[in-house]
Design a protein. Structure first.
Length: 213
């Protein structure tokens, strides 16, 4: 029928609702399940369609506001960074130094990397003894950033700026192989934590040297 499935008004040719009508693609049973008041109608008039779009917009806006309210502020993030950097120092944390078999399990690899501090909080940032924080591009010159930029939300994709955990681990393996060939032992530490990503810095020391105890 050429009526609106929502309000029941005619959308047939000859009235103002014909031009902007929208086809209701669901079948009659589906329209009933959706709560359409006139499920036999095969169209949605422009007024009802506009009302639905407006309701959808406000629902999304409310969802975004709730999500935004749950995000931590920059000041909170900085306080957390200072606290965690100091804690890492007091606990004597060292960079994660992976064995060859560690590269086969990306999630376990990433969970093994400790937080060691970042450059924004240099007083609290932690430098493990005998290790030097390095630039990823020293051994992976085509990489875009100073440190590995890795998704931590679990929702990242292969075409986004942040690397997925599996992509990061594959690059970390190449980095380690190149650094080992140049005479360096390689470790990894989380340098900076964001809302949905982390920055993971490589650490280097000469092969054969041991950390001070």
């Amino acid at each position: 029928m050429e009526i609106c499935a929502e309000c029941g008004e005619s959308v047939a040719m000859g009235n103002g609702r014909f031009v902007d009508r929208v086809i209701e693609a669901n079948d009659v049973d589906e329209r009933r399940e959706m709560g359409r008041r006139f499920p036999e109608g095969n169209y949605i008039c422009v007024a009802c369609d506009t009302a639905w779009q407006t309701a959808r917009f406000y629902a999304f806006d409310a969802m975004y506001a709730e999500w935004r309210s749950q995000m931590i502020s920059q000041e909170q993030s900085q306080d957390m960074a200072r606290t965690r950097s100091a804690q890492s120092a007091s606990e004597g944390q060292r960079p994660f130094t992976p064995w060859p078999e560690d590269f086969d399990a990306a999630e376990a690899f990433c969970r093994s990397i400790p937080y060691l501090g970042d450059r924004e909080h240099i007083r609290a940032a932690y430098g493990p003894p005998m290790w030097a924080r390095a630039d990823v591009r020293q051994f992976l010159p085509s990489y875009r950033y100073e440190w590995f930029f890795v998704d931590s939300s679990g929702f990242g994709g292969p075409n986004e700026p942040a690397e997925t955990p599996s992509a990061f681990v594959a690059m970390a393996k190449r980095y380690k192989e190149a650094a080992n060939a140049a005479g360096f032992e390689v470790g990894f530490g989380i340098a900076e934590v964001g809302q949905f990503q982390v920055q993971i810095a490589p650490y280097l020391r000469c092969l054969g040297r041991k950390a001070a105890t």
